[in-house]
Design a protein around this ligand. Structure first.
Ligand code: AQP
Length: 322
């Protein structure tokens, strides 16, 4: 199965990235699967060059620690495959300005800053190129990427209608639970690398004591009944989704096993710690070997370039470029 997905090196990976996306990638990895650190996307918001560099390696090490295996899939850094920016230009000449200004993430992120970058408007087109370069049939992503994936499908269909059948039309795939993990302190907002309150996000590299504290202090409600109900119990439902994703149950089935919030929180903390501790331990070993990380990235970029180059040349030629 041809698969493509990516993650921005915009901070430390959090439980939302891990459960909503990366855990699915590990389960789906195969020789036809491509996963990348989308460093070009991270340039859409302000970021120090040294921070971007460090976080790119941190993110690559996190993906390996989470279980991606370069012997089973292709793992690479987006900017090391120049076809991504080349394809982005071709697709910018297919996408319309109106459809880009309608993107929810653009509206939210541009509203937060003065003088936002043009890249913040156009990065969904770069993302479309990321996916279409690899003829991905499936794109495992969290729920927040649903709209960008629809845009990718629209751009691909428009291209194919105008220039001939060049692109595979991809399908987004979400996990059955935890497709949108919410902030533990503000369950109306998604868990985020950059925007959360200190206690709102659980990070992949958090110590067990920090995980326990964050889950214990997670906002719930005062009615005391353990029930899966996003309308009236968003905080609790978020915890149930996280729990269900880890154990492979449904959130409602997890809710049935508990009568008290405290017991649910203690068991959830133990489950999250058991899930993340081996990842953190592997990360420490991997991050201590920068030469190995660089070699994995170089090999991945080589393999990715072969596939991406072929699709780029087909698209460019179909549009009339010599
Ligand atoms: N809260 C979330 N729940 C489930 N899945 C999530 N993803 C992101 N947040 C959640 C999924 O993780 C993958 C990589 O996302 P990204 O690096 O593009 O992160 P983002 O969308 O920019 O969101 P972040 O991590 O919160 O970063 P900031 O705060 O910098 O915008 C994607 O598949 C995404 O769906």
């Amino acid at each position: 199965m041809r698969i493509l997905s990516g993650i921005q090196p915009s901070g430390t990976m959090h439980l939302g990235n891990y459960l909503g996306a990366v855990r699915q990638w590990v389960a789906a990895q195969n020789p036809e699967a491509f996963f990348c650190v989308v460093d070009l996307h991270a340039l859409t918001l302000e970021i120090e060059p040294s921070q971007l560099r460090t976080q790119t390696w941190d993110t690559l090490a996190s993906l390996l620690a989470a279980g991606l295996d370069p012997a089973q899939c292709t793992l690479f850094i987006q900017s090391q495959v120049p076809f991504h920016t080349q394809m982005s230009w071709l697709l910018e000449c297919v996408a319309s300005y109106g459809e880009l200004t309608r993107m929810t993430q653009f509206k939210e992120k541009s509203g937060r800053q003065e003088g936002y970058r043009v890249g913040l408007l156009t990065y969904p087109v770069l993302m479309a190129g990321d996916i279409l370069l690899y003829s991905a049939q499936q794109v495992p992503v969290g729920d927040d990427q649903r709209q960008h994936l629809e845009l990718t499908r629209d751009i691909a269909e428009r291209f194919n209608n105008r220039y001939g059948e060049v692109f595979t039309i991809p399908v987004g795939v979400q996990p059955p639970a935890a497709a949108r993990v919410m902030d533990l302190q503000e369950p109306s907002r998604k868990m985020s690398k950059s925007l959360s309150s200190p206690l709102g996000s659980i990070f992949l590299l958090d110590e067990p004591s920090a995980i326990e504290k964050k889950i214990k202090k997670a906002v719930t409600d005062t009615d005391g009944e353990v029930r899966y109900d996003w309308e009236t119990k968003p905080g609790l439902s978020n915890l149930l989704e996280i729990f269900a994703c880890i154990t492979g149950e449904t959130p409602a089935a997890v809710a049935e096993r508990y009568e008290r919030y405290g017991d649910l929180k203690s068991d959830l903390a133990a489950a999250v710690i058991a899930e993340l501790t081996p990842v953190r331990e592997r990360y420490d070993v991997l991050r201590a070997d920068p030469a190995q990380l660089a070699s994995i990235a170089a090999q991945g970029a080589d393999k990715a370039s072969q596939v991406a180059g072929e699709r780029y040349r087909l698209a460019a030629s179909a549009m009339g470029l010599i």
